[in-house]
Design a protein around this ligand. Structure first.
Ligand code: PEP
Ligand code: MG
Length: 765
C-alpha cells in the first residue's frame, strides 16, 4: 500500500497556470501536506509531520489525528501539542468524549470552551486540560468515518467558517491518504483500511457456503490524486466532465420515453442534480481550496452519503442515492475509468453488489461461487435467480460495497446469512472444515442416487427437485430426483424487456421436457406480482404487495398472458405428459376458473389441429391457509395439490418471509403448523388426491422426515438437498417418528423439534 502511495506521489502535477496567483491558505496547506506525504518516510513519521504542519498553518497549539482501530474504538495516532506518550495509548469508544461524539454523529464540533461541552472527557495522559477551544472534524471517505481530525488552542476562540471549511478539505485528503495506505506502519490503528477482517450479518437469500474472492459488480473509482496545484485547470476539467454528464443524462432521458414512472423519476433527479448550481458551486469551492476535481466530487458524494444515513424520509433517501449514482458517473468520466477498471475477474468470484437485476445475474451465471448484496431481499428477483442457480446468497449485508475491494478473500455463509471479508485464518480454517465435511457427505449421497427414498418401515417417498432454468435440468440426473416437482416459469419473464413470445416459450418448455427424458415435470404458471414485478408490467402501488394483486389473481383478471403460456405448454408437450399447476389459489372458484381456462385452450389447440399432450393433469398450489379449509369438492377437482410452504408459512404465522426479524421466529415444526399440514394430508387422502410439498423446508432433512411421517407422499426441493433428505428417510422408521411427534403434540409442546431431534440422534448412536 505504501508503494502505491509513492507511485501516486510520483505522478506529475501541472504547476503552470497558478503561478501568477496568490494561493489560498488551505491550498498552501494542502501543498505542504502533499510534499510531506511524498517523502520517503515511514507511516508514523508522515502522520507526525502532518499534525505539525496543520498546527502551524492553523496557528494552534494542538493538532491530533484519531483513527479507528476497530469498528468501535478510536486511537490517538499522532499529535502535535499533546503529550507524545499518549500516542497509541489514548483510546476512546465511539460516542465517548468530544472526539467520540464527532465520530458517532459524523458532525463537526466547533467550540471555544471545550470543557463545558456536553460529553467532554478529561484524559490526564494527554495533558489537554489547558486547551480551551476545540475543533473536531470527521475524517470520512464515501460516508464511512475513518477517524477524527482535531485542532485545539489555549485561546478561547471559535474557529471561523473559513477555517472549518479548510479543515474539512484537509480531512478529506487525510481520508484518501488513509485509504491509500499512506500511514501504514506500526500500531494497529494505522493498519491500512480495507485490510482488516470484517464480518457482515445479513439475511440468507440462498443456502450454501462458498469461499472465493470479491468481484465488484460496480467497481469503485479510485482517486489517486486528491491534491491539485492548478485550481483553474481542475475547475475546467470538472466543468467539461459535468457537461458530458448532462449530455449523457439528456440522451438517456430522450431514449427512455415510455419508461415506467420510477425510472423517469430517477432520470429527472439525475438531470436536476446535474444542473444544480449548488452542487457545482460547492465542488468548485473545494477545488479552489486545493482539491483535485475527483476529490471534490468525492467530498460531495461523501457528505451526501452521511446525510443518506440520517434522513428518515425514504423519498429523500432515494434522491440522495441518485446523487451518489450520479457522482460515480462523474468520477468515471473524470478518471476515464469507465466501467472497466482493467481488473481481472478472479477464478472463484463472489459477486458483491449494491443490488443486481435478474438478467445481469443470469449473465454471470454459474461462473459465480456466491453473491452478496448490500440491498436486496430474500424474495427479490436476484434471490429467485440465485436460488435457480443454486449459488449461496446473502442479502442486506449493510456497507459491504464500501468495505470490499476487488480481489479480497471472502466467505459467504448462506446458511447463516453471514459474510466474512478478509477472514482470519481461524475463521477460514473452520469454514474449510465445514465445507470439506459437506463435500464428503455429498460423495456419500452419490451412492444413494439410484436407490429409492424408502424408510426403515417400508414407506417410499417420491423426491423431486425444484428448477427454473434450462441449466437446472442436468441436476436431474446427478441428484437422483425422480422428476421436477416445481418448475418456476417466471424467470423467463423476469429477465426480458418484453413479454416472451408463445413460440419461444413453447420451444423452451419442449427442451425442458426433452431434457427430463420422460420424467415428470410440473410447470407452475407465471407467479408474478408482489415483489416480482415484470419490467414491462405497469407497477401498481399496493400497500401490502405480498397480499396484493399477484400470481393467479393477475392471471384471472388479465388472462391474456396466462392463456398464451398455457398454449405454449400444451404445444410443448405434444404427445407427452403435461402437468400444470396454478400458484397462490386462495379459494375453490379461482382453481375452477383457471382449470376451465386451461381446458378451453386445450380445446382450441385441438380445433387448430395441434398435437395434444398424451395425458394432462392440472393441480393447485396450496399457499394460503384458506385453501386448506376449502370445500371437499376442491380436493376432488384438483388432479394434485402441492403445498407452497414458503408462502403458506408466512401467511399462517402472519410473518413476512422476507423479514429477518420475524421469519425465524416461527419454527416449521411448530405444533400448530404441523396440525395444519396434518389436516391437509387427511383431506387429500379422503379425496385420493396426490399431495406434495415444494417449499424450501422440503429440502431440510429433519423437516422432510417429519412431513413424510405425517403422510406426505412427495417432496420437491433444490437438487443439492435430495441426497441428504434421502439419506435420513432411509435411516428413519417413520411410524416410530410419528409416535414421537404425536406424543409431543399431545403434551402441549410448542414445537416438536426437540423430541424429534432427540429421537433421531438416539437412533444414530
Ligand atoms: C412457496 O411459496 O413455497 C413456493 C414454492 O413458491 P415461491 O417460493 O416461488 O413463492
Ligand atoms: Mg409461493
Amino acid at each position: 500500500m505504501v508503494k502505491l502511495w509513492r507511485t501516486v506521489q510520483g505522478t506529475p502535477v501541472n504547476r503552470e497556470t497558478s503561478t501568477n496567483e496568490e494561493p489560498t491558505e488551505s491550498r498552501k496547506l494542502l501543498g505542504r501536506l502533499r510534499d510531506t506525504l511524498a517523502t520517503d518516510t515511514e507511516g508514523q513519521e508522515r502522520l507526525d509531520h502532518v499534525t505539525r504542519i496543520i498546527a502551524e498553518s492553523m496557528g494552534v497549539e494542538v493538532c491530533s489525528i484519531y483513527l479507528f482501530r476497530d469498528s468501535d474504538t478510536l486511537e490517538l495516532c499522532a499529535t502535535e501539542g499533546l503529550k507524545a506518550e499518549a500516542v497509541h495509548q489514548t483510546r476512546m469508544r465511539m460516542g465517548e468524549g468530544l472526539v467520540g461524539r464527532v465520530a458517532r454523529t459524523s458532525r463537526i464540533i466547533n467550540t471555544p470552551d471545550a470543557p463545558s461541552e456536553r460529553g467532554f472527557r478529561y484524559m490526564p495522559e494527554t495533558g489537554e486540560e489547558i486547551y480551551s477551544s476545540f475543533l473536531g472534524v470527521p475524517i470520512q471517505r464515501l460516508g464511512e468515518t475513518l477517524g477524527v481530525l482535531v485542532v485545539q488552542s489555549r485561546e478561547a476562540r471559535g474557529f471561523t467558517e473559513d477555517e472549518v471549511y479548510g479543515m474539512e478539505v484537509v480531512a478529506m485528503v487525510l481520508a484518501e491518504m488513509t485509504e491509500l495506505g499512506a500511514f501504514v506502519g506500526e500500531g494497529a490503528a494505522l493498519a491500512a483500511l480495507h485490510q482488516r477482517p470484517a464480518m457482515f450479518r445479513g439475511g440468507s437469500g440462498q443456502e450454501g457456503i462458498a469461499e472465493g474472492h470479491v468481484w465488484l459488480h460496480e467497481p469503485r473509482v479510485v482517486v489517486t490524486n486528491p491534491i491539485a496545484d492548478d485550481p483553474h485547470q481542475e475547475a475546467r476539467r470538472l466543468r467539461a466532465a459535468v457537461d458530458e454528464l448532462r449530455v449523457s443524462v439528456d440522451e438517456l432521458l430522450a431514449t427512455t420515453q415510455g419508461a415506467d414512472k420510477d425510472q423517469l423519476q430517477v432520470l429527472e433527479a439525475y438531470r436536476m442534480f446535474a444542473n444544480s448550481k449548488g452542487w457545482m458551486r460547492r465542488m468548485e469551492e473545494d477545488i479552489y481550496r486545493g482539491l483535485s476535481a475527483e476529490a471534490a466530487v468525492e467530498k460531495e458524494q461523501s457528505s451526501a452519503r452521511s446525510r443518506m444515513a440520517q434522513v428518515p424520509d425514504p423519498y429523500l433517501r432515494e434522491r440522495l442515492h441518485d446523487l451518489d449514482d450520479l457522482s460515480n458517473r462523474l468520477l468515471r468520466i473524470l478518471t476515464g475509468q469507465g466501467d472497466d477498471t482493467g481488473a481481472e475477474m478472479p477464478d472463484d468470484p463472489i459477486l458483491v453488489a449494491q443490488n443486481i437485476g435478474p438478467g445481469e445475474l443470469l449473465e454471470y451465471g454459474r461462473s459465480l461461487k456466491g453473491v452478496v448484496l448490500e440491498g436486496g431481499s430474500v424474495a427479490s428477483h436476484a434471490a429467485v435467480v440465485a436460488r435457480a442457480l443454486a449459488i449461496p446468497l446473502v442479502v442486506n449485508a449493510s456497507r459491504i460495497t464500501t468495505e470490499a475491494l476487488n480481489g479480497d478473500p471472502i466467505i459467504v455463509d448462506g446458511d447463516q446469512g453471514i459474510v466474512h471479508l478478509r477472514p482470519e485464518d481461524s475463521v477460514r480454517g473452520a469454514f474449510r472444515d465445514k465445507m470439506a465435511m459437506q463435500a464428503e457427505q455429498q460423495k456419500r449421497y452419490v451412492g444413494l442416487r439410484d436407490k429409492s427414498a424408502t424408510s426403515v418401515d417400508g414407506t417410499t417417498v417420491s423426491l423431486m427437485m425444484n428448477a427454473g432454468l434450462m441449466a437446472d435440468l442436468p441436476s436431474l440426473e446427478g441428484s437422483g430426483a425422480e422428476g421436477v416437482g416445481l418448475f418456476r416459469t417466471e424467470l423467463q419473464f423476469l429477465t426480458r424487456a418484453n413479454v416472451p413470445k408463445r413460440g419461444e416459450l413453447a420451444a423452451l418448455y419442449s427442451r425442458v421436457l426433452d431434457a427430463a427424458g420422460g420424467k415428470r415435470v410440473v410447470f407452475r404458471t407465471l407467479d408474478i406480482g408482489s415483489d416480482k414485478v415484470l419490467p414491462y408490467m405497469k407497477p401498481t402501488e399496493e400497500p401490502n404487495p405480498a397480499l396484493g394483486w399477484r400470481a393467479i389473481r393477475v392471471g384471472l383478471d388479465k388472462p391474456g398472458v396466462m392463456r398464451m403460456q398455457v398454449q405454449a405448454l400444451i404445444r410443448a408437450a405434444a404427445g407427452r405428459d403435461l402437468s400444470v399447476m396454478f400458484p397462490f389459489i386462495a379459494q375453490f372458484d379461482e382453481f375452477s376458473e383457471a382449470k376451465a381456462i386451461f381446458y378451453r385452450e386445450l380445446e382450441r389447440e385441438k380445433r387448430m389441429g395441434h398435437r395434444l399432450p398424451a395425458t394432462v393433469e392440472v393441480g393447485a398450489m396450496l399457499e394460503t391457509p384458506s385453501l386448506a379449509f376449502a370445500p371437499r369438492q376442491f380436493f376432488e377437482e384438483a388432479d394434485f395439490i402441492s403445498i407452497g410452504g414458503n408462502d403458506l408459512k408466512q401467511f399462517f404465522f402472519a410473518a413476512d418471509r422476507e423479514n429477518e426479524r420475524v421469519r425465524r421466529r416461527y419454527d416449521t415444526l411448530n405444533t400448530s403448523f404441523l396440525n395444519l399440514i396434518d389436516m391437509i394430508v387427511h383431506r387429500c387422502a379422503e379425496a385420493r388426491t396426490p399431495l406434495s410439498f415444494c417449499g424450501e423446508d422440503a429440502g431440510r432433512p429433519v423437516e422432510a422426515v417429519c412431513f413424510a411421517a405425517l403422510g406426505m407422499q412427495s417432496l420437491s426441493m433444490r437438487p443439492a438437498s435430495v441426497g441428504p433428505v434421502k439419506h435420513l428417510i432411509r435411516r428413519t422408521d417413520l411410524g416410530e417418528l410419528r409416535e414421537v411427534m404425536d406424543a409431543a403434540r399431545r403434551s402441549g409442546l410448542q414445537s416438536v423439534r426437540e423430541p424429534v431431534m432427540d429421537y433421531l440422534f438416539r437412533r444414530e448412536t
